[in-house]
Design a protein around this ligand. Structure first.
Ligand code: AMP
Length: 187
């Protein structure tokens, strides 16, 4: 059973590539960002607590996302594509423990590599149509800062486990997808 972490900066194309991978391998797509946005849209207690944090582009607390991930792994029967999780080394360590608890193993972590200027260009472009309240110039800068300070070290964590697959995230969507699939098939 495949269990994959799709990793990359905001704007790297994780959403687009997730959709293609999920369709190809019939995976369960677990996006912590989507789950959190649903809490906000449904105006739950949790949604009210996290709205201002997400609007600022900062990460929400680990406990919140870890609980969501624990539930998702417990109910999954087909293999998971993790999108937007783990976002820091503590979350990566917790994911290893949760997978072991449920008798599962992470197959690999695929990271999409895109230069900073291109990330900003893509996010500003997306901001015109996404309707996401965190797609504005100020928040984009904070999201990139959070990524560089907290999320980037996660790549080294998986590198040390021999599970890090680096893919060039620039170019045609279908070529990037083909490169990801080729790397997964090689495992
Ligand atoms: P995303 O859709 O992955 O870009 O996430 C949007 C926002 O949701 C982020 O800027 C964070 O505020 C929050 N978020 C998503 N995933 C996580 C996570 N694993 N840990 C903490 N915050 C997260």
């Amino acid at each position: 059973m495949l269990n994959i972490v799709l990793f990359g900066a905001p704007g790297a194309g994780k959403g687009t590539q997730s959709d293609l991978l999920v369709a190809k391998y019939n995976l369960n797509h677990i996006s912590t960002g989507d789950l959190l946005r649903k809490e906000i849209a449904d105006q739950t207690e949790l949604g009210k607590r996290i709205k201002s944090i997400m609007d600022s582009g900062s990460l929400v607390s680990d406990d919140i996302v870890v609980e969501m991930i624990d539930k998702a792994i417990a109910s999954d029967k087909q293999g998971i594509l993790f999108d937007g999780f783990p976002r820091n080394v503590a979350q990566a360590e917790t994911l290893d423990k949760l997978m072991a608890k449920h008798g599962r193993r992470l197959t690999c972590m695929v990271s999409l590599d895109v230069p900073r200027e291109e990330l900003i260009r893509r996010m500003l472009e997306r901001a015109k149509i996404s309707g996401r309240s965190d797609d504005n110039e100020e928040t984009i800068k904070n999201r990139l800062k959070e990524y560089e300070n907290k999320t980037l070290p996660v790549a080294a964590y998986y590198e040390a486990q021999g599970k890090h697959i680096k893919i060039n995230g620039e170019g045609k969507i279908e070529d990037i997808s083909a490169n990801i699939v080729a790397a997964i098939e090689k495992l």
